[in-house]
Design a binder for this molecule. Structure first.
Ligand SMILES: [Mg+2]
Length: 393
């Protein structure tokens, strides 16, 4: 028999808003919207008070203003959000042996088998939640169950500022009365397809054979059916092993050609930034690697506010390069690495960017997905060096 797992999903409540309220207490209790403040901006996050007026994230700011004219608009501050996000991660790291940072405001904690060493899992998670609230001032909710999907949905049901356990064996019963929208991964399109078939409650999916769902939605249908039935065997991806992505270029002929090196960096950021957005992730750490002709290797690392924006990434890597490339020694290899990857591109890039810029990113990325990565380059990145080998790890 498989071991019964215990998985906690912790999610900060309207995270950006909560951080804004820590910095400015006059925002407490009011409808607050973090997002693009221009008319062409987009809502990145909104308080529960604003949600009551129908405002939701990813909505154009001008529409939010119509729905809730007295809402207070705040321009997002990624530096602060990243700082608080990392403070929460640090507390979790002290307490939980295995955890995954799923996004800037979400963690999964594996506490399977810990019952032997700790008190009851629910009490343990409760105390951790209290500690996070006490030390950071941020409201947070959690769900506890046998798997990631059920725990995530339980967190959603416990919000705001709550906690909920779904006992082993009662997963289907817990899910049955909920709307299909509560299943992670069901977006507008899938929801519309299912609603057209008269499916609005998870219970209905539970009563269908998996084949019927697969027939309508393909492989995704199978995945939705399993989630609806409380089945999820996905493991926790430990934070320490969470993926990074990197790219390196070795030159056949060592070089000090400053402009060329900068162009190579631009091209690398272009490719890596695209990969990052394709995976709907953001990075919190960037590393520049330089190997000189004497085979000495130096790496320079900088923690950065979570981002997937080429502009910010390029600025950071250029800064690292300008600051550290002071040796007049020939360069043999140059590399860039993004680490501390977490989900959340769609949420995070919203408040700096206007709709046009977001649409531009997705339009450029779509073209690349269709025609391959070489289809687009920045003007400055277009120069392809003939004697350059690229290795992608
Ligand atoms: Mg959250």
């Amino acid at each position: 028999m498989a071991v019964e797992r215990s998985i906690v999903h912790m999610d900060l409540d309207s995270f950006f808003i909560s951080v804004e309220r820590l910095m400015d207490s006059s925002l407490i209790g009011k409808p607050v919207i973090v997002g693009g403040t221009s008319d062409r901006g987009v809502v990145a996050s909104c308080s529960y008070e604003a949600r009551q007026f129908g405002v939701h994230s990813a909505m154009p700011s001008r529409m939010a203003r119509q729905l809730c004219p007295h809402a207070i608009f705040v321009r997002g501050d990624m530096d602060q959000y990243s700082k608080y996000s990392n403070a929460v991660t640090d507390i979790i790291e002290q307490e939980a042996p295995i955890f995954e940072k799923a996004s800037i405001d979400e963690h999964y904690l594996e506490i399977t088998g810990m019952d032997k060493y700790i008190k009851h899992s629910m009490l343990w998670a409760h105390e951790l939640r209290e500690k996070i609230i006490h030390e950071t001032g941020l409201p947070i909710s959690f769900g506890l169950s046998e798997n990631k999907t059920v725990s995530k949905i339980a967190t959603g049901e416990s919000k705001p500022n709550g906690e909920k356990q779904v006992p082993f064996g009662l997963e289907k019963t817990f899910l049955a009365p909920l709307s299909i929208r509560k299943i992670p991964g069901i977006g507008d399109k899938t929801n519309a397809t299912l609603q057209k078939m008269g499916i609005s409650k998870i219970e209905t999916i539970q009563q269908m054979p998996i084949l019927a769902m697969q027939k309508v939605l393909g492989e995704n249908g199978g995945s939705i059916w399993r989630k609806a039935n409380g089945i999820d065997t996905n493991p926790i991806e430990p934070y320490s092993e969470q993926k990074s992505m990197s790219k390196e270029t070795t030159f056949d002929k060592d070089t000090t050609d400053f402009e060329m090196l900068k162009n190579v960096l631009v091209a690398m950021i272009d490719t890596l930034g695209f990969d990052l957005r394709k995976q709907k992730k953001v990075t919190g750490c960037i590393t520049l690697k330089l190997k000189y002709s004497d085979f000495q290797t130096h790496t320079f690392q900088a923690s950065i506010p979570y981002t997937a924006s080429d502009d910010i990434l390029l600025k950071k890597v250029t800064e690292l390069f300008m600051k550290n490339y002071n040796r007049r020694v020939l360069i043999r290899l140059i590399g860039v690495k993004f680490s501390n990857l977490v989900s959340g591109f769609n949420q995070i890039n919203l408040f700096d960017d206007t709709e046009e810029k977001i649409n531009l990113y997705s339009a450029l990325d779509k073209i690349r997905m269709r025609f391959g990565e070489q289809a687009i380059g920045r003007a400055v990145g277009l120069r392809e060096d003939k004697d350059k080998k690229e290795e992608k790890k």
